[in-house]
Design a protein around this ligand. Structure first.
Ligand code: SF4
Length: 268
C-alpha cells in the first residue's frame, strides 16, 4: 500500500471513530430517524454525508438520509454539481433555489460581512425544508475546530461561555440539530475530502468579506498548537469537563446552599 493510501486509511479510521464516539456520547441518531443532511458543497458537509452513509450500511441503527442543498443564488453557483454527485451516489435528495443572496445584498452595506444575515435566512429555509421532508434530525457539518473557535469568539466578544453543541433543539422546540463531526479535526477532514476528490463548490461565490474575528481566532489557536502541541485537544476536552461549583454562574450552582452542606457535614 502506498504511503498516501496508508495516510488516507488512517484518517478515514479516525474520522469514522470520532463520529461514532460523538454519536454514542450524545445519542445523535436513533432507530427510525430521518436525517436531513445539509450540504453546502464544502469539504465538511461532503465528509459528513460520506460518513453517515458508511454508518447507514455498517451500523445496526436503522435510519434514513435525505441530503438537501439550498441554492441561495450566489452568482456563479454551479447548479449541476450537487444533483450529479447525489444522483451518482443514489442518495435521496432535494435541492431548492431561494434567492436570499439578493435580500442580503440589498440589506447589508457594501464591504460589510454578510454572513450573519445570510446564515439566518439559510437556517430558516432549512428548518422549513426539514418540516416538509418530515425529517427528525437536521445534520450540520461543523467540526471540532469550529467548536473551539466559536468558544473563543463568544468568550472574547460575547462575554459568555458557550459554543456549538453536538446536539440541540431549536428555539421553537420543533427541530433537533446534530453535529456528527463535532469530534473531528478540520485538518483530517481536509485531507479526507482531497483524497476523496469531492466536487467542492467554493464558498467565496457570494463575495462576502471573510469573518475577520474567526480568522484571527483561528490564527491564534494555530499558533498555540505550533508552540504547544496538543493544546487544541486540551481546550476541546475541557469543554466536556465543566465544574459549575468552580465558576461564577449562580444560575448553574446554588452557592447559598453551601452553609447547609457544611452543617450537614459537621453533624455527621
Ligand atoms: S460566506 Fe457567503 S454564503 Fe457563506 S454565510 Fe457568508 S455570506 Fe453566506
Amino acid at each position: 500500500m502506498s504511503s498516501d493510501k496508508k495516510i488516507f486509511k488512517r484518517v478515514q479510521k479516525h474520522l469514522r471513530r470520532d463520529v461514532w464516539e460523538a454519536w454514542q456520547q450524545y445519542s445523535l441518531i436513533e432507530n427510525g430517524d430521518k436525517v436531513m443532511v445539509c450540504l453546502s458543497g464544502g469539504k465538511d458537509s461532503y465528509t459528513l454525508l460520506d460518513i453517515l452513509l458508511h454508518y447507514q450500511k455498517e451500523s445496526d441503527i436503522d435510519f434514513s438520509i435525505v441530503a438537501v442543498n439550498l441554492d441561495q443564488k450566489q452568482p456563479g453557483f454551479p447548479e449541476e454539481v450537487l444533483p450529479k454527485y447525489l444522483s451518482d451516489l443514489g442518495v435521496d435528495f432535494r435541492i431548492e433555489a431561494k434567492d436570499t443572496y439578493s435580500i442580503v445584498k440589498a440589506t447589508i452595506e457594501e464591504g460589510k460581512t454578510m454572513c450573519s444575515l445570510c446564515s439566518r435566512l439559510r437556517r430558516g429555509n432549512l428548518y422549513r425544508m426539514a418540516d416538509e421532508l418530515q425529517a427528525t434530525k437536521i445534520a450540520l457539518g461543523h467540526h471540532r475546530d469550529d467548536i473551539i473557535e466559536t468558544f473563543f469568539m463568544n468568550l472574547f466578544n460575547g462575554s459568555r461561555i458557550e459554543t456549538m453543541p453536538p446536539k440541540y433543539v431549536t428555539d421553537d422546540n420543533r427541530h433537533i440539530v446534530i453535529r456528527p463531526l463535532a469530534f473531528c479535526k478540520e485538518s483530517e477532514i481536509a485531507l479526507y475530502a482531497e483524497e476523496k476528490a469531492f466536487p467542492i463548490i467554493p464558498c467565496t461565490l457570494c463575495g462576502s468579506q471573510e469573518n475577520l474575528m474567526r480568522k484571527k481566532v483561528k490564527k491564534m489557536i494555530g499558533e498555540w498548537e505550533t508552540e504547544y502541541p496538543g493544546r487544541s485537544s486540551s481546550i476541546f476536552n475541557s469543554l466536556k469537563h465543566i465544574n459549575p461549583s468552580h465558576l461564577l454562574d449562580n444560575r448553574l450552582f446554588d452557592f447559598s446552599s453551601l452553609e447547609e452542606i457544611r452543617d450537614l457535614g459537621s453533624n455527621q
